[in-house]
Design a protein. Sequence first.
Length: 431
Amino acid sequence: MYLKDTSILNKNIESFKKIHIIGISGIGLSALAHILHSKDIYITGSTNAFNKQTKKLQDKGVLINLHNQENLSKDTQLVIITQEIPSDNPELQKALDLNIPVITYPQAVGMLLHGYKKVITISGTHGKSTSTAMLVTVLDKLNIPFNAIIGTDVVSIGYKNYHIDNSSDIFVVEACEYMDAFLNYNPYINLTTNVEWDHFDFFTSKEQYLETFQKLLDKSQFNIVNIDLKLAERLTNIDIKYSKSQSHSLNLSITGDHNRTNALGVKHICEKLGIHESDFNRAILEFTHSARRMEIVSQTENQTIYTDYGHHPTEVKVTLQALREKHPDSKICLFFQPHQYNRTIQTLALFKDAFNNADTVIIPDIYDARDTLEDKLQMNTDKLIANIEHPNIFNGESLDNCKLKFAELTKNHDIVMVMGAGNITKIIDYY
């Protein structure tokens, strides 16, 4: 994107001894920062909002400030940015003025992975974080050394989104397709959990979306693919195909058809790594949840509050199915925040029956991320609600209003789910 000399990408990232990370509070970049810091690289970072991830890094002595061009010094050798940093970011502009190389997060991860023989990528439209968390849980419980970058905090490894073991040549990485990010990696094993057209602001057609997954499969030495969704049926160069219908016999500590299907994909990875089936079956029971994936954040005698990152209607539907499976006789209240006006427009038909397993649905707003004025004029909360078939759905009239009236809105429900990938968790003060 901003790199003049792409030969830098062939270097060992450890050859850079002072690195500045713009957007260090992000789940991926914070994990990368921990790993680079462990390799005696001097790391500094910046953010637009401090959170749990920045605190963990600050506790290790990593200097993090709000975005300001003064954060960048002339002796910085490399700048890593999140793909979503705007081009007018002051630190980015200063780095370019100083001719400091600027690379994106996936480019940096690609450089890091050069040093590992067994790179395992977990790709797919839905279920990447959960599947990655399942895999690292199994490896950890079986005392198999590994390294990892995960898109969520994992309970079994100390509520971290990374893992470091310098004795291991295994590196597990959650691999996102947005802006062709995962094409920076060269997998030994790739798991594709499913393929359903998404990220409409970058992928303008199903064909383009499918093509980027095919490129990943063609780079990988061994491919495991879930073919439940029709688009995946068009992929080639697959070593193992699997589907939901094959997953019912798996015994897990969590509910949901999608979780059993994710676990089956992970089981196939473990088979390729030489892990015995009985060991897998024992270790997978240790997986209970990861951060913001059907995570319980509050529990009283009368009410349990969950939060979940799901935002695509397919994710909403399967998560509510799992929640209903776990609580068959409960009254479920869902606070849901769609992620992007553009995605809401593109997936409107899929939202129609996505909420059937909730008794009450409250939509406070739509989260604005990279949306155009045209998108915002075309879609709003009331238009979305009008296209959803549900007997008890209404406009929550902002996050602040939902937070203020939370007790009143949920008083007749023993289960509450707060779901979305934006800032929906503000209503329950979860940051």
